[in-house]
Write a protein that binds this ligand. Structure first.
Ligand SMILES: [Zn+2]
Length: 235
């Protein structure tokens, strides 16, 4: 996209080209999509423009049910997050709930700084700031800003997974049909998603350290998580 081009008009023309390409590639693609959704993954991630879940997973429309907010904060009293979780887990019956933080998160950086962002943002980031204070010694010992931001992002995912594991809809689904909960981190600089080992399988699931593999099947492609890395095969 050139700088003098209107970004919205460019996006619309890009959409037009994409829709044409997809329909050419698979004439049934959109009619199949329009008939309903059966996603296997609920993705809870950050709103950051560099973390578009379906794209970075190498999946397709229809594969991932999504809730994203600033700094992927999971609060039990947030009715927005809770409604998305309930719909995905109870009604769509997804097989995986993936909470994914990321490197270079602006929310993490804001929580690490002592300055106020202003407006409603400071309120939203309060849980992250509380984590920052609770782990001050550990975080302050890390001299590199980027590494420190990754650390608080990991602590945030750990805290979020605990909230997810305390959610009754999720607890019932784990018990009744083996729902899996994963806590992950997306490294923007490499494009790789790493399993942090929190959640139902303690790291033996998505991207675990060589302990087997985990296959997530989308409609048009499948992701194989093996040895800390994910690879995609198109079916
Ligand atoms: Zn972020």
């Amino acid at each position: 996209m050139s700088q003098d081009q209107d970004s919205f008009l460019y996006a619309l023309s890009s959409n037009n080209a994409w829709a044409g390409y997809k329909a050419h590639q698979n004439p049934n693609f959109f009619s199949k999509l329009a008939s309903g959704q059966t996603p296997q993954i609920l993705w809870l991630g950050c709103s950051d423009s560099r973390c578009p879940e379906t794209t970075i997973l190498g999946l397709q429309p229809g594969d991932v049910f999504v809730h994203r907010n600033i700094a992927n904060i999971i609060s039990p009293t947030d009715i927005n997050t809770s409604a998305v979780i309930e719909y995905a887990v109870v009604h769509l019956k997804v097989k995986h709930v993936v909470l994914c933080g990321h490197s270079a998160c602006g929310g993490a950086a804001a929580a690490l700084g002592d300055t106020r962002v202003g407006g409603v943002l400071d309120t939203w980031l309060t849980p992250l700031k509380a984590l920052r204070h609770a782990h001050a010694e550990e975080l302050d010992a890390i001299k590199d800003n980027g590494v420190r931001a990754v650390k608080i992002a990991e602590l945030n995912v750990e805290a979020g997974v605990k909230v997810l594991m305390a959610n009754y809809s999720i607890q019932d689904a784990i018990e009744e049909r083996g729902l899996e909960v994963h806590g992950c981190l997306f490294d923007i600089a490499s494009g790789r998603i790493k399993d942090l080992g929190f959640g139902t399988k303690g790291g033996r699931g998505i991207g675990a350290n060589g302990a087997g593999e985990n296959v997530v099947k989308g409609k048009h492609a499948q992701l194989v998580f093996r040895g800390g890395n994910a690879s995609m095969t198109v079916r």
